[in-house]
Design a protein around this ligand. Structure first.
Ligand SMILES: *[C@@H]1O[C@H](CO)[C@@H](O)[C@H](O)[C@H]1NC(C)=O
Length: 129
């Protein structure tokens, strides 16, 4: 019985991960040819390292965790030897939680990072360090 319950929880977690209603995405919107290194993770999941060329995007779908806040952090790097970087909170289930679908889009441009929250106007958030 115990095993069955564990299997069920694992399955539920997988389903939730694949068909989640919320998402955050990272888009490379640089004007100049730029390779963006993207590494996102939460307390439980490491989403791995990806490289995005101009115009490419990567998104992840999930549902918010039931018992604790869902928080994803990302580290973005670009430029010569990836010397320019920024580390930030890319998603937090506590942001304006009205229970509807959430789409957090991050635009990486020359100046830094813009955040689009649920299709609103892009808001400048972080310069590159
Ligand atoms: C999320 O929002 C952005 C900006 O409004 C939009 O370009 C993108 O297509 C949306 N993504 C999905 C998967 O709905």
């Amino acid at each position: 019985m115990k095993r069955f319950i564990i299997a069920l929880i694992v399955l539920a977690a997988c389903v939730e991960y694949t068909f989640g209603k919320n998402l955050f995405e990272i888009v490379n919107k640089f004007q100049k040819r730029t390779k963006l290194r993207v590494h996102c993770y939460s307390g439980n999941d490491d989403l791995g390292v990806q490289y995005l060329m101009n115009g490419q995007e990567q998104h992840w779908r999930f549902n918010d965790a039931f018992f604790h806040a869902t928080v994803f952090r990302c580290e973005l790097m670009h430029g010569y030897e990836f010397q320019n970087y920024q580390k930030f909170e890319a998603y937090n289930s506590k942001w304006e939680n009205d229970g509807s679908k959430k789409n957090v889009t991050w635009l990486a441009v020359e100046r830094g990072l813009y955040k689009i929250w649920n299709h609103r106007t892009p808001e400048f958030m972080y310069p590159w360090l």
